[in-house]
Design a protein around this ligand. Structure first.
Ligand code: HAM
Length: 426
């Protein structure tokens, strides 16, 4: 019996992996311009990190983590998201003591959630994310939002919607929480089992429930925006003003609550509005968090960040029919026939590669015609033809596959010749 990859995981094969490389390069360059530096944290952490960081009452911690006991009897979890790990690392390495604050990180890597797989929802997916730690300036919130939108726009996406909310500070959230409990308590029996628990543990999450979405009490539920105290209101206004001044459009949705526990003040999601994108329209999510650094053992420090999966980004590109500039043809294919030519072909291929030219050749002992067919299939821009007669005369035949033009070039000059002909050459 053959073995397939586990449900909710996928192989990225050549043809697709180039798209990933391209996207990752664009994202890394964007982060360079915004001055966010890469951080790589372990793929597994102590389970307690996520229980404390992501929050015990969240779906992630309650039902979705890949948790196991290692051989030393420790409870280990494959990371379900990146923020808790980045904050753990920031605390462990005393990032808060660095002279330049905020400390700005970006990361790209696999995350694991035991969810019901469907399009855009995997059990292993790759998140790109950023975190800026150590600043309470609303301008940094605006910077994070700007980077998030730019990431999509630079790749050509247009049908985007930035949805913004403020969850306020602790005082505002406490007042809102009381109002929510008072509002939903009379309807408790009518709510789903999860929401009945949420009413006690985290009533805000009721607003995010897919099952109870149409319950009449949802529509009249108290809005967080009516409970923001003066500081929170001012903070939110400043974030909006900065976005306005950069010309970044957004819509406010007071029901945007996010599925992780650590947020306050700014919370946001970016949705795809492309037709045919699929059922899950959220491309990315993020927001500001204050208690997290302390929860993980550091001093009171706040942060803000966001993350998206590259899988959903690629889905959005597909929905908008955007082709990334990848999978272009091979630079050069070396065709050879005869024993001496075979020897020369190995040497020439090696020299060309060392000189930066992308080259391949035949390894199946195929006839010349079949070798040309391979060159065609690989969309080679140039074919270098080498027979025993050419070796004797120390020349090769260089064929431009687009124009059909052929030229005899001394073997000693082929490398230089191709370097000049290929895009990027002089
Ligand atoms: P999240 O909303 O749980 O937030 O996930 C962020 C993004 O990760 C989603 O919008 C989606 O693009 C992607 N994602 C999540 N689950 C899956 C899945 N099963 N399959 C494919 N993609 C998925 C966080 O993870 C927070 N750490 C974001 C953040 C960073 N907040 C502050 N800083």
């Amino acid at each position: 019996m053959s073995i397939n990859a586990p449900r909710g995981t996928q192989d990225l094969l050549p043809g697709v992996s180039e798209k990933w490389q391209y996207v990752e390069k664009v994202l890394a360059d964007l982060c360079r311009r915004y001055h966010y530096k890469e951080i790589r944290t372990p793929i597994f952490e102590h389970t307690e990190l996520f229980q404390r960081g992501v929050g015990d009452s969240t779906d992630i911690v309650q039902k979705e983590m890949y948790t196991f006991e290692d051989r030393g009897g420790r409870s280990i979890t494959l990371r379900p998201e990146g923020t808790a790990s980045v904050v753990r690392s920031y605390v462990q390495h005393k990032g808060y003591g660095l002279p330049n604050q905020p400390v700005k990180y970006f990361y790209v890597g696999p995350m694991f959630r035991y969810e019901r797989p469907q399009q855009g929802r995997l059990r292993q997916f790759v998140q790109f994310g950023i975190e800026a730690l150590g600043s309470d300036d609303p301008a940094i919130d605006a910077e994070v939002l700007a980077l998030a939108m730019s990431a999509y726009e630079e790749l050509g996406l247009k049908s985007l919607k930035l949805v913004l909310n403020s969850l306020g500070d602790k005082e505002s959230r406490e007042a809102h929480r009381e109002a929510l409990v008072a509002h939903f308590q009379p309807h408790k029996e009518e709510l789903c089992a999860d929401c009945q628990v949420r009413l006690d543990q985290n009533p805000l999450r009721i607003l995010d429930c897919k099952k109870d979405r149409d319950h009449p009490a949802m529509e009249t539920a108290p809005s967080i925006l009516d409970y923001l105290n003066e500081y929170s209101q001012k903070y939110f206004n400043q974030v909006k003003n900065y976005l306005d001044s950069m010309g970044i459009d957004y819509v406010i949705d007071p029901n945007l609550v996010r599925g992780l526990d650590y947020y306050n003040h700014t919370a946001f999601e970016i949705m795809s509005e492309a037709e045919g994108f699929g059922a899950i329209t959220t491309l990315s999510g993020g927001g500001r968090y204050t208690g997290l650094v302390e929860e993980i053992g550091g001093p009171e420090t706040s942060g803000i960040g966001f993350a998206f999966s590259i899988e959903r980004l690629l889905m959005a590109l597909e929905a908008e029919e955007i082709e990334l500039p990848v999978n272009e043809g091979l630079d050069c294919y070396v065709v050879s026939f005869g024993d001496e030519a075979a020897q020369e072909a190995v040497k020439l291929t090696y020299q060309l590669r060392n000189a930066g030219v992308q080259v391949d050749k035949d390894y199946q002992n195929r006839k010349m015609k079949a070798q040309f067919k391979s060159a065609d299939r690989l969309q080679a821009k140039y074919v270098v033809v080498l027979g025993d007669r050419e070796v004797e005369n120390q020349v090769v035949n260089v064929k431009n596959m687009q124009s059909g033009e052929q030229q005899e070039v001394p073997i000693a000059e082929v490398v230089q010749h191709l370097q000049q002909q290929l895009p990027g050459g002089e």
